[in-house]
Design a protein around this ligand. Structure first.
Ligand SMILES: [Zn+2]
Ligand SMILES: [Zn+2]
Length: 133
């Protein structure tokens, strides 16, 4: 089984992931834009039991359009968000795809919150596209 590692910029917070992600999703929502400092975020969803977290993480919880909270975990030293827990899917943890620093990571299968997509962002053919979540 493939093992991958996601980590923050300074490397003290890292997550080891066993197996392939259940899903990979690209999100254009304004909250993801603020969190990443970029035009969109990309999340890889893994079963909780597939992950091992090492290092210190600080939590930040916010509401979401669905009405359920999401708790982000970021490195208290360098500030990178490495993973988060969506309350509405209690058995999964989302990892920031950029934290893997791996250009061969599986591509997103869906693109959500297209209503907030920057006009210049184009997507691969065949990807599932949704105006909201
Ligand atoms: Zn760090
Ligand atoms: Zn989002």
């Amino acid at each position: 089984m493939i093992t991958r590692q996601a980590s923050c910029s300074c490397g003290q917070l890292h997550v080891t992931c066993e197996g392939e992600p259940r899903s990979v999703s690209l999100c254009h929502c304004l909250e993801c834009q603020r969190r990443t400092g970029s035009a969109f975020g990309i999340a890889a969803f893994f079963a909780r039991e597939a992950l091992t977290v090492t290092g210190d993480a600080s939590p930040f919880t916010r509401g979401s359009e669905s009405g359920q909270a999401v708790t982000f975990h970021f490195c208290p030293i360098c500030g990178s968000t490495v993973y988060w827990e969506p309350e509405r899917f209690a058995d999964v943890i989302a990892l920031a795809v950029g934290a893997f620093a791996d250009p061969s990571f599986p591509a997103p299968v869906q693109s959500v919150w297209e209503s907030a997509r920057h006009d210049w962002v184009t997507l691969p053919p065949g990807i599932l596209r949704r105006p909201e979540n």
